[in-house]
Write a protein that binds this ligand. Structure first.
Ligand code: VG1
Ligand code: CO
Length: 545
Protein backbone atom coordinates (compact mmCIF):
# COMPACT_ATOMS: atom_id res chain seq x y z
CA UNK A 1 0.00 0.00 0.00
CA UNK A 2 1.20 3.47 -0.81
CA UNK A 3 0.24 6.77 0.78
CA UNK A 4 0.66 9.51 -1.79
CA UNK A 5 0.95 13.11 -0.61
CA UNK A 6 -1.32 15.50 -2.48
CA UNK A 7 -2.69 19.02 -2.36
CA UNK A 8 -6.35 19.97 -2.74
CA UNK A 9 -8.00 21.15 -5.94
CA UNK A 10 -10.47 23.93 -5.24
CA UNK A 11 -12.91 23.12 -8.04
CA UNK A 12 -14.24 19.70 -7.05
CA UNK A 13 -17.72 20.67 -5.92
CA UNK A 14 -20.21 18.14 -7.34
CA UNK A 15 -22.98 19.67 -9.49
CA UNK A 16 -26.47 18.47 -10.43
CA UNK A 17 -25.08 15.00 -11.11
CA UNK A 18 -21.55 14.44 -9.81
CA UNK A 19 -18.30 16.11 -10.81
CA UNK A 20 -17.94 16.94 -14.52
CA UNK A 21 -14.92 18.52 -16.12
CA UNK A 22 -12.96 18.52 -19.33
CA UNK A 23 -11.25 15.15 -19.74
CA UNK A 24 -7.83 16.78 -19.57
CA UNK A 25 -8.70 18.26 -16.20
CA UNK A 26 -9.48 14.77 -14.91
CA UNK A 27 -6.23 13.46 -16.40
CA UNK A 28 -4.03 15.83 -14.39
CA UNK A 29 -1.95 13.97 -11.83
CA UNK A 30 -3.98 13.33 -8.65
CA UNK A 31 -7.19 14.99 -9.87
CA UNK A 32 -9.32 11.86 -10.07
CA UNK A 33 -7.51 10.32 -7.10
CA UNK A 34 -8.21 13.32 -4.87
CA UNK A 35 -11.91 13.21 -5.60
CA UNK A 36 -12.19 9.46 -5.11
CA UNK A 37 -10.28 9.65 -1.82
CA UNK A 38 -12.58 12.46 -0.66
CA UNK A 39 -15.58 10.22 -1.43
CA UNK A 40 -14.04 7.32 0.51
CA UNK A 41 -13.14 9.57 3.46
CA UNK A 42 -16.70 10.90 3.55
CA UNK A 43 -18.36 7.52 3.29
CA UNK A 44 -16.07 6.03 5.93
CA UNK A 45 -17.42 8.57 8.45
CA UNK A 46 -20.81 6.91 8.01
CA UNK A 47 -19.46 3.35 8.05
CA UNK A 48 -18.34 2.70 11.62
CA UNK A 49 -17.47 -0.91 10.87
CA UNK A 50 -15.02 0.13 8.15
CA UNK A 51 -15.01 -1.08 4.55
CA UNK A 52 -13.81 -4.64 5.21
CA UNK A 53 -17.24 -6.22 4.90
CA UNK A 54 -18.48 -3.80 2.25
CA UNK A 55 -18.88 -3.96 -1.52
CA UNK A 56 -18.18 -1.12 -3.95
CA UNK A 57 -19.53 -1.12 -7.53
CA UNK A 58 -17.56 0.53 -10.34
CA UNK A 59 -18.56 1.10 -13.94
CA UNK A 60 -18.90 3.72 -16.61
CA UNK A 61 -20.31 4.58 -20.00
CA UNK A 62 -17.17 3.61 -21.93
CA UNK A 63 -16.05 7.11 -22.83
CA UNK A 64 -12.40 8.06 -23.22
CA UNK A 65 -10.47 7.56 -19.95
CA UNK A 66 -13.10 5.10 -18.60
CA UNK A 67 -10.72 2.13 -18.43
CA UNK A 68 -7.80 4.02 -16.97
CA UNK A 69 -9.99 5.65 -14.35
CA UNK A 70 -11.49 2.25 -13.50
CA UNK A 71 -8.02 0.80 -12.85
CA UNK A 72 -7.07 3.79 -10.68
CA UNK A 73 -10.24 3.37 -8.63
CA UNK A 74 -9.72 -0.38 -8.19
CA UNK A 75 -6.27 0.15 -6.72
CA UNK A 76 -7.57 2.88 -4.45
CA UNK A 77 -10.59 0.85 -3.32
CA UNK A 78 -8.28 -2.01 -2.38
CA UNK A 79 -5.90 0.32 -0.52
CA UNK A 80 -8.87 1.83 1.31
CA UNK A 81 -9.85 -1.61 2.53
CA UNK A 82 -13.03 -2.54 0.64
CA UNK A 83 -13.86 -6.20 1.08
CA UNK A 84 -15.15 -6.57 -2.45
CA UNK A 85 -15.34 -4.54 -5.64
CA UNK A 86 -17.69 -5.40 -8.51
CA UNK A 87 -16.72 -4.02 -11.91
CA UNK A 88 -18.61 -4.24 -15.18
CA UNK A 89 -16.69 -6.14 -17.87
CA UNK A 90 -14.58 -3.70 -19.87
CA UNK A 91 -15.30 -1.09 -17.19
CA UNK A 92 -18.82 -0.81 -18.63
CA UNK A 93 -22.05 -0.33 -16.69
CA UNK A 94 -24.87 2.01 -17.62
CA UNK A 95 -26.01 4.38 -14.88
CA UNK A 96 -29.26 2.46 -14.21
CA UNK A 97 -27.26 -0.79 -14.26
CA UNK A 98 -24.92 0.51 -11.54
CA UNK A 99 -28.00 1.29 -9.50
CA UNK A 100 -29.38 -2.21 -10.15
CA UNK A 101 -26.11 -3.90 -9.15
CA UNK A 102 -25.77 -1.86 -5.94
CA UNK A 103 -29.29 -2.84 -4.91
CA UNK A 104 -29.16 -6.50 -5.88
CA UNK A 105 -25.71 -7.18 -4.45
CA UNK A 106 -26.29 -5.20 -1.28
CA UNK A 107 -23.32 -2.93 -1.96
CA UNK A 108 -22.32 0.05 0.14
CA UNK A 109 -22.29 2.24 -2.95
CA UNK A 110 -20.86 2.74 -6.40
CA UNK A 111 -18.79 5.05 -8.53
CA UNK A 112 -20.20 5.87 -11.97
CA UNK A 113 -17.74 7.14 -14.55
CA UNK A 114 -19.66 9.32 -16.96
CA UNK A 115 -20.43 12.84 -18.02
CA UNK A 116 -23.79 11.51 -19.23
CA UNK A 117 -25.07 13.33 -22.30
CA UNK A 118 -21.95 15.52 -22.59
CA UNK A 119 -19.64 14.58 -25.49
CA UNK A 120 -16.66 12.30 -24.80
CA UNK A 121 -13.02 12.20 -25.88
CA UNK A 122 -9.68 13.73 -24.97
CA UNK A 123 -10.96 17.20 -25.85
CA UNK A 124 -14.46 16.65 -24.45
CA UNK A 125 -15.91 15.77 -21.05
CA UNK A 126 -15.46 13.24 -18.28
CA UNK A 127 -17.27 12.83 -14.99
CA UNK A 128 -17.64 10.81 -11.84
CA UNK A 129 -20.53 10.36 -9.47
CA UNK A 130 -21.00 8.51 -6.21
CA UNK A 131 -24.17 6.49 -5.57
CA UNK A 132 -25.21 5.41 -2.10
CA UNK A 133 -26.59 2.19 -0.65
CA UNK A 134 -30.11 2.60 -2.07
CA UNK A 135 -28.53 2.72 -5.54
CA UNK A 136 -29.26 6.39 -6.06
CA UNK A 137 -27.07 9.47 -6.43
CA UNK A 138 -25.58 10.68 -3.16
CA UNK A 139 -27.92 13.23 -1.58
CA UNK A 140 -26.81 16.83 -1.10
CA UNK A 141 -25.69 16.26 2.49
CA UNK A 142 -23.16 13.72 1.26
CA UNK A 143 -21.96 15.61 -1.83
CA UNK A 144 -21.50 18.71 0.34
CA UNK A 145 -19.25 16.78 2.71
CA UNK A 146 -17.32 15.24 -0.18
CA UNK A 147 -16.57 18.76 -1.37
CA UNK A 148 -15.36 19.76 2.09
CA UNK A 149 -13.05 16.75 2.11
CA UNK A 150 -11.62 17.69 -1.30
CA UNK A 151 -10.63 21.07 0.14
CA UNK A 152 -8.58 19.63 2.99
CA UNK A 153 -7.16 16.50 1.42
CA UNK A 154 -3.45 15.88 2.04
CA UNK A 155 -2.99 12.26 0.91
CA UNK A 156 -4.61 9.43 -0.98
CA UNK A 157 -4.18 5.69 -0.64
CA UNK A 158 -3.41 3.31 -3.46
CA UNK A 159 -1.56 0.09 -4.26
CA UNK A 160 1.49 -0.66 -6.34
CA UNK A 161 0.28 -0.82 -9.93
CA UNK A 162 -1.17 -4.18 -10.83
CA UNK A 163 -2.16 -5.57 -14.18
CA UNK A 164 -5.92 -6.09 -13.93
CA UNK A 165 -7.73 -7.82 -16.76
CA UNK A 166 -11.01 -5.96 -17.08
CA UNK A 167 -12.05 -7.79 -20.23
CA UNK A 168 -12.97 -11.18 -18.79
CA UNK A 169 -15.44 -12.14 -16.09
CA UNK A 170 -13.85 -13.65 -13.04
CA UNK A 171 -12.41 -12.86 -9.64
CA UNK A 172 -8.92 -11.72 -8.72
CA UNK A 173 -7.42 -10.50 -5.48
CA UNK A 174 -5.88 -7.09 -5.01
CA UNK A 175 -4.26 -7.22 -1.60
CA UNK A 176 -7.09 -8.32 0.71
CA UNK A 177 -9.77 -7.11 -1.69
CA UNK A 178 -11.73 -9.43 -3.93
CA UNK A 179 -12.29 -7.87 -7.35
CA UNK A 180 -14.98 -9.47 -9.48
CA UNK A 181 -15.50 -8.59 -13.12
CA UNK A 182 -19.23 -9.05 -13.74
CA UNK A 183 -21.48 -9.26 -16.79
CA UNK A 184 -22.77 -5.68 -17.11
CA UNK A 185 -26.10 -6.86 -18.53
CA UNK A 186 -27.16 -9.56 -16.07
CA UNK A 187 -28.65 -7.77 -13.05
CA UNK A 188 -30.25 -5.09 -15.16
CA UNK A 189 -31.87 -7.56 -17.53
CA UNK A 190 -33.28 -9.57 -14.61
CA UNK A 191 -35.01 -6.48 -13.25
CA UNK A 192 -36.50 -5.68 -16.66
CA UNK A 193 -37.77 -9.23 -16.90
CA UNK A 194 -39.50 -8.94 -13.54
CA UNK A 195 -41.17 -5.64 -14.46
CA UNK A 196 -42.26 -6.25 -18.02
CA UNK A 197 -44.23 -9.02 -19.67
CA UNK A 198 -41.56 -10.14 -22.14
CA UNK A 199 -43.97 -12.61 -23.73
CA UNK A 200 -46.43 -9.82 -24.57
CA UNK A 201 -43.60 -7.81 -26.13
CA UNK A 202 -42.37 -10.81 -28.12
CA UNK A 203 -45.87 -11.16 -29.55
CA UNK A 204 -45.82 -7.47 -30.45
CA UNK A 205 -42.61 -7.87 -32.43
CA UNK A 206 -43.88 -11.10 -34.04
CA UNK A 207 -46.91 -9.23 -35.28
CA UNK A 208 -44.69 -7.13 -37.55
CA UNK A 209 -44.29 -4.13 -35.25
CA UNK A 210 -41.13 -2.26 -36.21
CA UNK A 211 -38.96 0.01 -34.18
CA UNK A 212 -35.55 1.68 -34.34
CA UNK A 213 -33.43 2.24 -31.28
CA UNK A 214 -30.46 4.60 -31.55
CA UNK A 215 -27.83 3.89 -28.89
CA UNK A 216 -25.88 6.95 -30.06
CA UNK A 217 -22.62 4.93 -29.96
CA UNK A 218 -22.91 4.94 -26.21
CA UNK A 219 -23.49 2.53 -23.36
CA UNK A 220 -27.04 1.31 -24.11
CA UNK A 221 -25.95 -0.45 -27.32
CA UNK A 222 -25.19 -3.82 -25.68
CA UNK A 223 -28.19 -3.57 -23.34
CA UNK A 224 -30.64 -2.74 -26.11
CA UNK A 225 -29.29 -5.38 -28.46
CA UNK A 226 -29.59 -8.02 -25.80
CA UNK A 227 -33.04 -7.08 -24.56
CA UNK A 228 -34.75 -5.88 -27.72
CA UNK A 229 -33.18 -8.11 -30.35
CA UNK A 230 -32.07 -11.24 -28.52
CA UNK A 231 -34.76 -11.48 -25.85
CA UNK A 232 -37.79 -9.81 -27.40
CA UNK A 233 -37.16 -10.85 -30.97
CA UNK A 234 -37.02 -7.42 -32.58
CA UNK A 235 -35.43 -7.66 -36.01
CA UNK A 236 -31.62 -7.62 -36.07
CA UNK A 237 -30.60 -4.11 -36.97
CA UNK A 238 -33.35 -2.57 -34.83
CA UNK A 239 -30.60 -1.18 -32.60
CA UNK A 240 -28.30 1.19 -34.47
CA UNK A 241 -25.06 2.85 -33.37
CA UNK A 242 -24.88 -0.07 -30.95
CA UNK A 243 -21.10 -0.15 -30.44
CA UNK A 244 -20.04 2.02 -27.48
CA UNK A 245 -17.26 4.30 -28.75
CA UNK A 246 -14.84 6.34 -26.66
CA UNK A 247 -15.88 9.53 -28.39
CA UNK A 248 -19.47 8.47 -29.22
CA UNK A 249 -18.51 8.75 -32.87
CA UNK A 250 -17.82 12.45 -32.36
CA UNK A 251 -21.49 13.10 -31.56
CA UNK A 252 -23.32 14.55 -28.62
CA UNK A 253 -24.91 11.48 -27.00
CA UNK A 254 -27.93 13.55 -25.99
CA UNK A 255 -31.25 12.11 -27.17
CA UNK A 256 -33.23 15.14 -28.29
CA UNK A 257 -34.58 16.35 -31.61
CA UNK A 258 -31.34 18.14 -32.45
CA UNK A 259 -28.68 15.57 -31.54
CA UNK A 260 -30.75 12.55 -32.57
CA UNK A 261 -31.68 14.17 -35.88
CA UNK A 262 -30.83 11.03 -37.85
CA UNK A 263 -33.35 8.99 -35.89
CA UNK A 264 -35.98 11.70 -36.20
CA UNK A 265 -35.44 11.69 -39.96
CA UNK A 266 -35.78 7.91 -40.05
CA UNK A 267 -39.11 8.10 -38.23
CA UNK A 268 -40.65 10.38 -40.83
CA UNK A 269 -42.76 9.30 -43.76
CA UNK A 270 -45.17 6.47 -44.44
CA UNK A 271 -42.49 3.77 -44.55
CA UNK A 272 -41.10 4.73 -41.17
CA UNK A 273 -41.11 2.23 -38.31
CA UNK A 274 -43.90 2.40 -35.73
CA UNK A 275 -41.71 3.50 -32.89
CA UNK A 276 -38.35 5.19 -32.38
CA UNK A 277 -36.24 5.66 -29.28
CA UNK A 278 -32.77 6.75 -28.22
CA UNK A 279 -30.76 6.92 -25.02
CA UNK A 280 -27.93 9.15 -23.82
CA UNK A 281 -24.26 8.44 -23.07
CA UNK A 282 -24.79 6.62 -19.78
CA UNK A 283 -28.22 5.18 -20.55
CA UNK A 284 -30.42 7.09 -18.16
CA UNK A 285 -32.16 9.44 -20.60
CA UNK A 286 -34.67 8.54 -23.30
CA UNK A 287 -36.24 10.02 -26.40
CA UNK A 288 -39.61 8.63 -27.52
CA UNK A 289 -40.83 9.04 -31.10
CA UNK A 290 -43.77 7.82 -33.11
CA UNK A 291 -44.05 8.05 -36.86
CA UNK A 292 -43.70 11.79 -37.53
CA UNK A 293 -44.38 12.37 -33.86
CA UNK A 294 -42.28 13.55 -30.91
CA UNK A 295 -43.39 12.81 -27.36
CA UNK A 296 -42.16 15.51 -25.00
CA UNK A 297 -40.56 14.14 -21.82
CA UNK A 298 -43.30 15.75 -19.72
CA UNK A 299 -46.01 14.03 -21.76
CA UNK A 300 -44.08 10.76 -21.72
CA UNK A 301 -43.97 10.80 -17.92
CA UNK A 302 -47.68 11.57 -17.75
CA UNK A 303 -48.60 8.86 -20.27
CA UNK A 304 -46.49 6.23 -18.50
CA UNK A 305 -48.12 7.13 -15.18
CA UNK A 306 -51.56 7.04 -16.80
CA UNK A 307 -51.13 3.54 -18.27
CA UNK A 308 -48.78 1.95 -15.74
CA UNK A 309 -51.36 0.00 -13.80
CA UNK A 310 -53.29 -1.31 -16.79
CA UNK A 311 -50.43 -1.89 -19.24
CA UNK A 312 -47.26 -2.66 -17.32
CA UNK A 313 -46.96 -5.89 -15.38
CA UNK A 314 -44.69 -4.49 -12.64
CA UNK A 315 -47.14 -1.73 -11.71
CA UNK A 316 -50.38 -3.72 -11.76
CA UNK A 317 -50.88 -2.97 -8.06
CA UNK A 318 -51.05 0.75 -8.88
CA UNK A 319 -48.83 3.70 -8.05
CA UNK A 320 -48.09 5.08 -4.61
CA UNK A 321 -47.39 8.50 -6.05
CA UNK A 322 -45.74 10.40 -8.85
CA UNK A 323 -42.90 12.92 -8.71
CA UNK A 324 -41.38 15.40 -11.11
CA UNK A 325 -38.69 18.03 -10.94
CA UNK A 326 -40.00 21.57 -10.58
CA UNK A 327 -39.25 22.75 -14.15
CA UNK A 328 -40.89 19.63 -15.65
CA UNK A 329 -44.33 20.18 -17.18
CA UNK A 330 -47.38 19.76 -14.97
CA UNK A 331 -48.90 17.05 -17.19
CA UNK A 332 -48.04 14.36 -14.62
CA UNK A 333 -49.79 16.31 -11.86
CA UNK A 334 -53.12 15.95 -13.63
CA UNK A 335 -52.67 12.21 -14.04
CA UNK A 336 -51.73 11.85 -10.37
CA UNK A 337 -54.85 13.78 -9.42
CA UNK A 338 -57.07 11.53 -11.51
CA UNK A 339 -55.41 8.47 -9.96
CA UNK A 340 -55.95 9.91 -6.51
CA UNK A 341 -52.25 9.77 -5.62
CA UNK A 342 -49.90 12.59 -4.59
CA UNK A 343 -47.54 14.33 -7.03
CA UNK A 344 -44.30 15.62 -5.52
CA UNK A 345 -42.37 18.55 -6.96
CA UNK A 346 -38.61 18.28 -6.37
CA UNK A 347 -35.58 20.33 -7.43
CA UNK A 348 -33.73 19.41 -10.64
CA UNK A 349 -31.57 16.28 -10.38
CA UNK A 350 -32.40 12.64 -9.69
CA UNK A 351 -30.92 12.66 -6.18
CA UNK A 352 -34.11 14.21 -4.80
CA UNK A 353 -36.34 11.30 -5.81
CA UNK A 354 -34.44 8.70 -3.77
CA UNK A 355 -35.89 9.57 -0.36
CA UNK A 356 -39.45 9.63 -1.73
CA UNK A 357 -39.05 6.18 -3.26
CA UNK A 358 -37.28 4.70 -0.23
CA UNK A 359 -40.18 5.90 1.92
CA UNK A 360 -42.69 4.35 -0.47
CA UNK A 361 -44.20 7.74 -1.34
CA UNK A 362 -43.70 7.62 -5.06
CA UNK A 363 -43.43 4.95 -7.74
CA UNK A 364 -42.81 6.80 -10.99
CA UNK A 365 -40.89 10.01 -11.51
CA UNK A 366 -39.36 12.10 -14.23
CA UNK A 367 -37.70 15.26 -15.46
CA UNK A 368 -38.15 17.45 -18.52
CA UNK A 369 -34.58 16.63 -19.55
CA UNK A 370 -35.59 13.30 -21.12
CA UNK A 371 -35.38 11.41 -17.82
CA UNK A 372 -38.01 8.97 -16.59
CA UNK A 373 -37.80 6.19 -14.06
CA UNK A 374 -39.37 4.31 -11.21
CA UNK A 375 -38.63 2.67 -7.89
CA UNK A 376 -37.14 -0.42 -9.60
CA UNK A 377 -33.76 1.35 -9.27
CA UNK A 378 -32.79 4.78 -7.96
CA UNK A 379 -31.68 6.33 -11.24
CA UNK A 380 -33.58 7.42 -14.26
CA UNK A 381 -33.61 4.65 -16.79
CA UNK A 382 -33.70 5.10 -20.55
CA UNK A 383 -34.33 1.55 -21.68
CA UNK A 384 -36.96 1.09 -18.95
CA UNK A 385 -38.90 4.00 -20.48
CA UNK A 386 -38.66 2.34 -23.89
CA UNK A 387 -40.04 -0.92 -22.46
CA UNK A 388 -42.84 1.04 -20.77
CA UNK A 389 -43.82 2.52 -24.10
CA UNK A 390 -43.62 -0.85 -25.85
CA UNK A 391 -45.91 -2.28 -23.16
CA UNK A 392 -48.37 0.58 -23.58
CA UNK A 393 -48.40 0.15 -27.35
CA UNK A 394 -48.82 -3.61 -27.02
CA UNK A 395 -51.66 -3.35 -24.55
CA UNK A 396 -53.60 -0.45 -26.11
CA UNK A 397 -52.90 -1.58 -29.69
CA UNK A 398 -52.60 2.08 -30.61
CA UNK A 399 -49.80 4.03 -32.25
CA UNK A 400 -47.61 6.44 -30.31
CA UNK A 401 -49.41 9.53 -31.62
CA UNK A 402 -52.85 8.10 -30.83
CA UNK A 403 -51.85 7.31 -27.27
CA UNK A 404 -50.65 10.88 -26.72
CA UNK A 405 -53.64 12.44 -28.48
CA UNK A 406 -56.02 10.46 -26.29
CA UNK A 407 -54.10 11.75 -23.29
CA UNK A 408 -54.50 15.35 -24.48
CA UNK A 409 -58.21 14.82 -25.11
CA UNK A 410 -58.71 13.58 -21.62
CA UNK A 411 -56.35 15.79 -19.63
CA UNK A 412 -55.59 18.81 -21.81
CA UNK A 413 -52.07 19.60 -22.97
CA UNK A 414 -49.07 21.29 -21.42
CA UNK A 415 -47.36 23.06 -24.30
CA UNK A 416 -43.77 23.04 -23.19
CA UNK A 417 -40.27 24.06 -24.25
CA UNK A 418 -36.87 24.49 -22.69
CA UNK A 419 -34.60 27.13 -24.21
CA UNK A 420 -30.90 26.73 -23.42
CA UNK A 421 -28.41 29.57 -23.81
CA UNK A 422 -24.98 27.97 -23.66
CA UNK A 423 -21.48 29.39 -23.30
CA UNK A 424 -22.49 32.54 -21.41
CA UNK A 425 -19.96 34.41 -19.36
CA UNK A 426 -20.25 33.04 -15.82
CA UNK A 427 -20.19 36.36 -13.96
CA UNK A 428 -22.71 38.02 -16.27
CA UNK A 429 -25.07 35.02 -16.16
CA UNK A 430 -24.90 34.79 -12.37
CA UNK A 431 -25.55 38.51 -11.96
CA UNK A 432 -28.47 38.26 -14.38
CA UNK A 433 -30.16 35.53 -12.35
CA UNK A 434 -29.38 37.33 -9.09
CA UNK A 435 -30.95 40.50 -10.45
CA UNK A 436 -34.14 38.69 -11.41
CA UNK A 437 -34.25 37.04 -8.00
CA UNK A 438 -34.13 40.49 -6.36
CA UNK A 439 -37.03 41.65 -8.50
CA UNK A 440 -39.29 38.66 -7.84
CA UNK A 441 -41.31 40.21 -5.00
CA UNK A 442 -42.20 43.16 -7.23
CA UNK A 443 -43.45 41.02 -10.10
CA UNK A 444 -46.77 39.89 -8.64
CA UNK A 445 -49.64 41.59 -10.44
CA UNK A 446 -47.75 42.85 -13.49
CA UNK A 447 -48.95 42.06 -17.02
CA UNK A 448 -46.94 39.38 -18.78
CA UNK A 449 -47.45 37.53 -22.06
CA UNK A 450 -51.15 38.35 -22.19
CA UNK A 451 -51.79 37.35 -18.60
CA UNK A 452 -50.84 38.57 -15.14
CA UNK A 453 -48.22 37.32 -12.70
CA UNK A 454 -49.96 35.49 -9.88
CA UNK A 455 -46.81 34.59 -7.95
CA UNK A 456 -43.05 34.70 -8.38
CA UNK A 457 -40.57 32.95 -6.13
CA UNK A 458 -37.21 31.25 -5.76
CA UNK A 459 -38.02 27.55 -5.47
CA UNK A 460 -37.08 25.99 -2.17
CA UNK A 461 -37.67 22.32 -1.40
CA UNK A 462 -38.22 20.72 1.97
CA UNK A 463 -37.69 16.99 1.72
CA UNK A 464 -40.85 15.42 3.19
CA UNK A 465 -38.84 12.46 4.49
CA UNK A 466 -35.78 13.92 6.19
CA UNK A 467 -36.80 17.56 6.41
CA UNK A 468 -33.67 18.71 4.55
CA UNK A 469 -34.04 22.08 2.85
CA UNK A 470 -32.60 22.83 -0.61
CA UNK A 471 -32.96 26.51 -1.42
CA UNK A 472 -32.35 28.49 -4.64
CA UNK A 473 -33.46 25.72 -6.98
CA UNK A 474 -34.78 27.93 -9.76
CA UNK A 475 -36.86 31.10 -10.20
CA UNK A 476 -40.55 30.55 -10.94
CA UNK A 477 -42.97 33.01 -12.40
CA UNK A 478 -46.52 31.68 -12.29
CA UNK A 479 -49.19 33.43 -14.34
CA UNK A 480 -52.89 33.69 -13.63
CA UNK A 481 -53.79 31.65 -16.72
CA UNK A 482 -51.74 28.72 -15.42
CA UNK A 483 -48.67 29.39 -17.60
CA UNK A 484 -45.20 29.26 -16.08
CA UNK A 485 -41.72 30.60 -16.73
CA UNK A 486 -38.84 28.95 -14.90
CA UNK A 487 -35.27 30.15 -14.98
CA UNK A 488 -32.11 28.51 -13.62
CA UNK A 489 -28.45 27.96 -14.39
CA UNK A 490 -27.24 24.50 -15.39
CA UNK A 491 -25.20 22.48 -12.92
CA UNK A 492 -23.75 19.97 -15.38
CA UNK A 493 -21.82 22.09 -17.89
CA UNK A 494 -18.05 22.16 -18.12
CA UNK A 495 -17.56 25.48 -19.90
CA UNK A 496 -19.00 28.92 -19.15
CA UNK A 497 -22.57 29.13 -17.91
CA UNK A 498 -25.74 27.73 -19.44
CA UNK A 499 -29.03 29.50 -18.79
CA UNK A 500 -32.15 27.36 -18.97
CA UNK A 501 -35.48 29.09 -19.56
CA UNK A 502 -38.46 26.76 -19.31
CA UNK A 503 -41.87 27.85 -20.60
CA UNK A 504 -45.17 26.06 -20.18
CA UNK A 505 -48.73 26.86 -21.12
CA UNK A 506 -51.62 24.58 -20.31
CA UNK A 507 -54.61 24.48 -22.66
CA UNK A 508 -57.63 22.26 -22.80
CA UNK A 509 -57.71 22.43 -26.58
CA UNK A 510 -57.33 18.79 -27.56
CA UNK A 511 -53.63 19.36 -28.09
CA UNK A 512 -53.59 20.21 -31.77
CA UNK A 513 -52.12 23.72 -31.39
CA UNK A 514 -48.75 24.82 -32.78
CA UNK A 515 -46.21 24.66 -29.95
CA UNK A 516 -43.96 27.48 -31.15
CA UNK A 517 -46.79 29.89 -31.71
CA UNK A 518 -48.38 29.17 -28.38
CA UNK A 519 -45.14 29.54 -26.45
CA UNK A 520 -43.49 32.43 -28.33
CA UNK A 521 -45.02 35.20 -26.18
CA UNK A 522 -43.92 33.47 -22.98
CA UNK A 523 -40.40 32.83 -24.26
CA UNK A 524 -40.07 36.45 -25.32
CA UNK A 525 -41.42 37.73 -22.03
CA UNK A 526 -38.90 35.53 -20.23
CA UNK A 527 -35.96 36.88 -22.25
CA UNK A 528 -37.04 40.47 -21.67
CA UNK A 529 -37.70 39.99 -18.01
CA UNK A 530 -34.23 38.64 -17.41
CA UNK A 531 -32.63 41.25 -19.74
CA UNK A 532 -30.82 38.52 -21.59
CA UNK A 533 -29.55 40.53 -24.54
CA UNK A 534 -28.45 43.51 -22.46
CA UNK A 535 -26.63 41.39 -19.93
CA UNK A 536 -25.27 38.47 -21.94
CA UNK A 537 -25.16 39.82 -25.48
CA UNK A 538 -27.44 37.20 -26.99
CA UNK A 539 -31.08 36.28 -27.13
CA UNK A 540 -30.85 33.38 -29.52
CA UNK A 541 -31.11 30.00 -27.80
CA UNK A 542 -28.34 27.48 -28.53
CA UNK A 543 -30.87 24.70 -28.43
CA UNK A 544 -34.60 24.30 -27.84
CA UNK A 545 -35.86 21.00 -26.46
C1 VG1 B 1 -29.36 18.48 -16.33
C2 VG1 B 1 -30.86 18.33 -16.38
C3 VG1 B 1 -31.34 17.57 -15.15
C4 VG1 B 1 -30.62 16.23 -15.07
C5 VG1 B 1 -29.12 16.43 -15.11
C6 VG1 B 1 -28.37 15.11 -15.18
O1 VG1 B 1 -28.98 19.24 -15.21
O2 VG1 B 1 -31.49 19.58 -16.48
O3 VG1 B 1 -32.74 17.42 -15.22
O4 VG1 B 1 -30.98 15.55 -13.89
O5 VG1 B 1 -28.76 17.19 -16.26
O6 VG1 B 1 -28.70 14.42 -16.32
P1 VG1 B 1 -28.61 20.82 -15.29
O7 VG1 B 1 -28.20 21.20 -13.91
O8 VG1 B 1 -27.54 20.94 -16.33
O9 VG1 B 1 -29.86 21.48 -15.75
V1 VG1 B 1 -27.59 13.34 -17.04
O10 VG1 B 1 -28.48 12.40 -18.01
O11 VG1 B 1 -26.60 13.06 -15.79
O12 VG1 B 1 -27.81 12.11 -16.77
CO1 CO C 1 -27.34 10.57 -18.48
Amino acid sequence: MKTIQTTPFTDQRPGTSGLRKKTRVFMQPSYLENFVQAVFDTVREDTPGGFGAETLVVGGDGRYYNREATRTILLMAAANGFGRVLVGRGGILSTPAVSAVIRRRDALGGLVLSASHNPGGLEADFGIKYNVRNGGPAPEGVTGRVYEHTLKLTRYLTLEDADIDLEHEGTVRLGKTEVTIIDPLADYTSIMEELFDFELLRVLFQSGFRMRFDAMSAVTGPYARHILEERLGAQYGTVVNAEPLEDFGGHHPDPNLVYAAELVEHLSGVDAPDFGAACDGDGDRNLILGRDFFVTPGDSLAVIAEHAQSAIHGYRAGLAGVARSMPTSTAADRVAESLGVPCYETPTGWKFFGNLMDAGLCTICGEESFGTGSNHVREKDGLWAVLCWLSILASTRLGVAEVVRQHWQRFGRSYYQRHDYEGLEVAAATQMVDALRDRLPALAGIELAGSRVARADDFSYTDPVDGGVSAHQGLRILLEDGSRIVCRLSGTGTQGATLRLYVERYLKDGGEGAVEEILAPLAQAARELIELRERCGTDVPSIIT
